[in-house]
Design a protein around this ligand. Sequence first.
Ligand SMILES: CC(C)(COP(=O)(O)OP(=O)(O)OC[C@H]1O[C@@H](n2cnc3c(N)ncnc32)[C@H](O)[C@@H]1OP(=O)(O)O)[C@@H](O)C(=O)NCCC(=O)NCCS
Length: 233
Amino acid sequence: MVVRIWVVEAESVEWEARSLLSPAELSRADELGREQVRRMFVTSRAIQRALGAQYLDMPAPEVDISRACFHCSDGGHGKPHFAMGPELDFSVSHTGDVVVIAAATDTKVGLDVELGSHRGEIDEMVRLIASESERRSLATYRGESLRTALFRIWARKEATVKLTGHGILQVPFPALSVDDLVAQIDDPPAGWPDQAIHLTDLALGYGSAALATTAPQPEIDVVKLLRVADLSL
Ligand SMILES: CC(C)(COP(=O)(O)OP(=O)(O)OC[C@H]1O[C@@H](n2cnc3c(N)ncnc32)[C@H](O)[C@@H]1OP(=O)(O)O)[C@@H](O)C(=O)NCCC(=O)NCCS
């Protein structure tokens, strides 16, 4: 069972990426004032469309990507999925100027990359993010190594709630433990999967990154893309 991961730097692909967007996405991109926000939006949506176009064998701008929430009636904040091919599960993360996407057919996936540039007060961050068992293990770290260990936990947790589609609002992070690489949750919210969620730390070269999968020990294939058009399933 293989999880494919593509890494793309938004700055180098923006103009090529625009040609893959739907008309509605192009209008939205043009309304985004900040250049970096627009570039990330265009690149993220283009890479999702390039993946859908390959999988469904259809033109990228026509791929129907649903963002309906599985857990409430909102149409805009759910886990993105291909309306015509939901069996290819994918998950996206953007950080800095980089977009990363993971996809697989034999496992659910959730992906998160945290640059670690958030400079909040560390004790407060530990309180907001770590479970009791994680706090005990974090207490053995100091300084930058504590920050690194905390961002690793953060990336694993965000990957988990991106796999399930719940996002960060429905799952209090201190109720979720990821220190032994299998997610454990107190009092799971409706829609939490019955299967175990396995976590793998990724060395992508950008901060802390984690992949959540319902399949244990996935084979992971990472490709850095110089052009979105080079994406190949
Ligand atoms: C999912 C979430 C953790 C991502 O956080 P973020 O800081 O935007 O992080 P990233 O840059 O790593 O990821 C962004 C990508 O996450 C994906 N995403 C958005 N909502 C998602 C969800 N519910 N589940 C899984 N993935 C989601 C999208 O692909 C998005 O990229 P895109 O908009 O370009 O397609 C955050 O947006 C969230 O918690 N949303 C809340 C969802 C919500 O309101 N839930 C209430 C349910 S009733």
